[in-house]
Design a protein around this ligand. Structure first.
Ligand code: UDP
Length: 247
């Protein structure tokens, strides 16, 4: 267990990437069902704008700061987290750690064919990686169709489930279905399958080290501007929050 840090109502774990992986592998080996959420500043702001999201996000067992916005906010509030822990990085490092082991993965999400492409590419890169099944992310998120997918995931025998439907759809889906899922580890990983499939590139290292990965994504996908308008609101809101004496 790590200490929990409250950033504007979301309870983050202060962990490094390696500590996150250690914890997830330990829980997996111990058979403890663990839901992982990797919110960025957009998602924390989405919770602030719609408080019904807080219990959904905070119900995850492990919550790590996927973005420089959350890392900065935690620092502004005087309760820093150890580092940024990008979901896409955790997802890939789990392949590295678990390739050749008994554990199988299931990829849920992305446009038709993307999960299969990600599976092929990652199995080539990490020999021995077991992918027990794949399904695209374009289905009714509640009701019969969703229930059928839960059954398919269970039948696949996968112990690790990547739910890549974008936030907060994926967190809501995990929250609603985790009790019926046999997988031990379930992670909401946004657009990670697109990256593993080779369809989307992560920002060059220089952007990441300067804390400008969000800017690179905006350059590549200008249509994200609407969503990213939450970032300044979150940043200045955090200062106001601090000045008003709330932590
Ligand atoms: N997506 C999906 N089902 C949906 C909506 C979106 O599978 O109903 C996928 C979409 O194809 C993309 C991912 O969810 O692969 C969202 O990617 P994005 O980078 O926007 O995620 P973020 O991590 O920023 O939430």
């Amino acid at each position: 267990m790590s200490d929990k840090i409250n950033v504007r109502g979301v309870w983050f774990d202060s962990l490094t990437v390696d500590e996150t992986l250690d914890l997830l592998c330990e829980n997996l080996q111990g058979g403890k069902q663990t839901a992982v959420c990797t919110p960025n500043a957009e998602i924390v702001q989405a919770c602030i704008d719609d408080a019904s999201l807080f219990p959904v996000i905070n119900s995850a067992d492990v919550i790590v700061a996927d973005g420089i916005g959350v890392v900065k906010a935690a620092r502004i509030l005087g309760t820093p987290v150890k580092e940024k822990v990008a979901g896409v990085t955790v997802g890939e490092k789990l392949f590295e750690r678990l390739a050749g082991s008994e554990y199988g993965f299931y990829f849920l999400g992305g446009k038709p064919g993307v999960a299969e492409q990600a599976s092929e590419r990652m199995q080539e890169k990490y020999p021995g990686l077991k992918v027990a099944g794949c399904h695209d992310g374009y289905f009714e998120k509640t009701g019969d169709e969703s229930d059928r997918i839960v059954a398919e995931i269970n039948e696949s025998g996968a112990q690790i489930l990547y739910v890549c439907l974008g936030a907060p759809i994926q967190e809501k889906w995990i929250y609603a279905n985790r009790a019926n899922l046999n997988a031990k580890l379930m992670l909401g990983l946004g657009g990670s399958l697109d990256v593993y499939a080779g369809n989307v590139r992560r920002a060059p290292k220089i952007f990441i080290s300067l804390g400008l990965e969000w800017f690179y994504r905006l350059l590549k996908e200008p249509k994200r501007i609407g969503r990213m308008m939450k970032l300044p609101k979150f940043y200045f809101g955090t200062w106001l929050y601090k000045l008003r004496g709330c932590k």
